[in-house]
Design a protein around this ligand. Sequence first.
Ligand code: UDP
Length: 337
Amino acid sequence: MFVNSASGARFVITGGAGFVGSHLAETLVARGHRVLAVDDLSAGDRANLATVSGHPRFSVRVGDVTRPGVLDQLCYGADVIVHLAAAVGVRRIVDQPKQTIRTNLDATERALDAAERHHARILIASSSEVYGKSEATPFREQDDVLLGPTNKSRWSYAASKMIGEFLAMAYPRESGVDAVSMRFFNTIGPHQSARYGMVVPRFVRQALAGDPITVYGDGSQTRCFCDVRDVVKAIALLGESPAGSGEVVNIGAHGEITILELAKMIRRITGSASEIVCVPYDRAYEPGFEDIMRRAPDTSKLERMIPWRPRYTLEDTLEAIIAHECVPAAQAAIAGD
Ligand code: UDP
């Protein structure tokens, strides 16, 4: 299906009150689309949707998309389903592998069934975790993947996302569903919760509180952090485009940075006096935890599909996150005057 952005399509976003989902809802409404956000509010928050709540082209439903029938009903008349609802965060995956596997598999299957029944294009959230420990950076979609053994629960997330990708290729092949898998790399921005262990919101909060900044391992591992505004632009363009059915596409930024450099950068931008401490992996996660030492995307496939390049630098994004984190403190100070 080709959706002309000017004409306005009907989008359903699962996980619509979450970090990426809420930014996407805002962007899609601004691009003239109608948006229904579905969320069970287990990780998402209605407050994330404050800027679109009450807009005539936006609505939200509280519902568990892993339950049979829920999505099927809500997707009636949908042109595009963006399936973002998932159990996320390495911390949660290590602590609750059973729930992670079940949530990710059940929700993806129901979302694809809904797309099939309602003839909607569907974009499925996958993850750069799928590349596992591969050292062939920057990662390309057709590269081999290298996962660790099944007794290390971290890899259950990658495996559940891989099954999601296999399904998102099987449905186009067997049932003619228009499905694309999006492999997200590290995405950051305002509204990202520190609850699930993600590094940037944790470091920012630690720095602002003057607490030690906890670098896991020796901090030499690298990541590329993409601004959520760039990520949702890519999702919106993919939703509006006919490109990529039955394919997998990377979405991420290019500048690689070590986690130790990241800690220093956040300390500098916040003006914090926090000390930076190294925490061994087995204390941070679990004994035998395996980190991914380098992770960087090759986004040339995405850039061939849609007119997209990441716009924001890491400094721009960190400044936006820090400003957002400081707003409640500033408001409290004004209220106290
Ligand atoms: N990390 C860290 N301190 C923290 C949280 C995470 O040093 O308080 C590290 C983590 O070990 C990893 C990197 O930061 O090497 C990115 O972690 P995150 O969980 O944000 O994403 P992912 O591991 O999925 O890339």
